[in-house]
Ligand binder design. Structure first.
Ligand SMILES: [Zn+2]
Ligand SMILES: [Zn+2]
Length: 309
């Protein structure tokens, strides 16, 4: 089944499972300890934010299944271009806390400057959150550079704060679909980018041989039916899957010399529930290094045109 619904997990189980995985990574890779400590702080904030969002209603979206099915059939992710009201009063305080965690966890003054820009009103939290939800990297970059802020860090802070909201949105739109056009369109989704938000996957998680792409933003899970480059659909000799470490065939990279893209693929016992996918990502940073050393890169976000409204 190409689209996979990842079961929700209680907060306690989520934290236990995350702790187990962080401990295992820390034992294998002591050099990653500082990065893991920071990730623990960031993910705890995201988990708590998801809990707060779960207690309130999500915005009512007028997105009929037939309309969404038609979008998917055209290759357009369901949330792309939709004017979605973002719960700014809930998400904005999280932006500040994320900046603080980043400032203490290694990003230093660059993160403090972002917090100050939000507190002083130089950055309007609503615009930042909407730009992130709309995946508008160009607008965010321009805004950050204009204010002398580190664009990648601004992007990360906003993405972390919006991620529980977009995760809940994709769940709301997809999880309760009945049989019908939306279900069929999702089943037919064979693209490399996310059918909900349009982001590229952070990683492919393979469970019992099922290569499942996991969205780097909203954590959607989908399984392409063809074995090809997820970026350019190359399936000839230019597309190669390799394990950089001979002893660890469970950790691979798919590389494509047609588009120079790469994708990490890791065997896991089960798909990571939101927001623990970033643990699979940090656990496999050596694969990023190996791919980048050979000149491969992750492509820029796809652009699905201007937002409506
Ligand atoms: Zn997504
Ligand atoms: Zn390619």
């Amino acid at each position: 089944m190409p689209f996979v619904t990842v079961a929700a997990v209680s907060r306690g189980n989520l934290v236990d499972s995350a702790d187990r995985r962080w401990r295992a990574i820390g034992e294998a890779r002591p050099d990653l300890e500082p990065a893991l400590a920071l990730q623990r702080q960031l993910l705890t904030l995201v988990i708590d934010l998801a809990g707060t969002l779960a207690r309130g209603p999500l915005p009512k979206l007028s997105l009929p299944p037939r309309y969404l099915a038609a979008k998917l059939t055209r290759g357009v992710p369901v949330l792309a271009g939709e004017p979605i009201p973002v719960p700014v009063p809930i998400l904005a305080p999280a932006l500040l806390r994320l900046c603080e965690a980043l400032a203490n966890g290694g990003a230093g003054a660059a993160a403090t400057h972002i917090r100050q820009a939000i507190e002083s009103g130089s950055i309007e939290p609503g615009s930042l959150l909407i730009a992130s939800l709309g995946r508008d990297q160009a607008a965010m970059r321009t805004g950050a550079v204009h204010r002398g802020l580190a664009p990648d860090l601004v992007w990360l802070v906003a993405e972390l704060a919006v991620s529980p909201f977009v995760h809940a949105l994709q769940h709301m739109v997809f999880a309760h679909r009945g049989p019908g056009e939306l279900q069929s369109a999702l089943e037919a989704w064979n693209r490399g980018y996310c059918p909900a938000c349009g982001s590229w996957p952070a990683v492919a998680e393979a469970v019992s041989g099922h290569r499942t792409l996991r969205c780097s933003f909203c954590s959607s899970a989908w399984e392409p039916t063809t074995y090809a480059c997820i970026y350019c659909e190359e399936r000839g000799e230019a597309f190669v899957t390799a394990a950089p470490n001979e002893e660890r065939k469970d950790r691979r990279v798919e590389v494509c010399s047609s588009c120079n893209g790469y994708l990490k693929t890791v065997d896991v016992p089960e798909l990571s529930p939101f927001p623990l996918l970033s643990i699979s990502d940090i656990e496999s940073t050596d694969l990023d290094v190996a791919a980048m050393e050979h000149g491969y890169a992750r492509p820029a976000l796809k652009d699905f045109g201007a937002r409506k409204g």
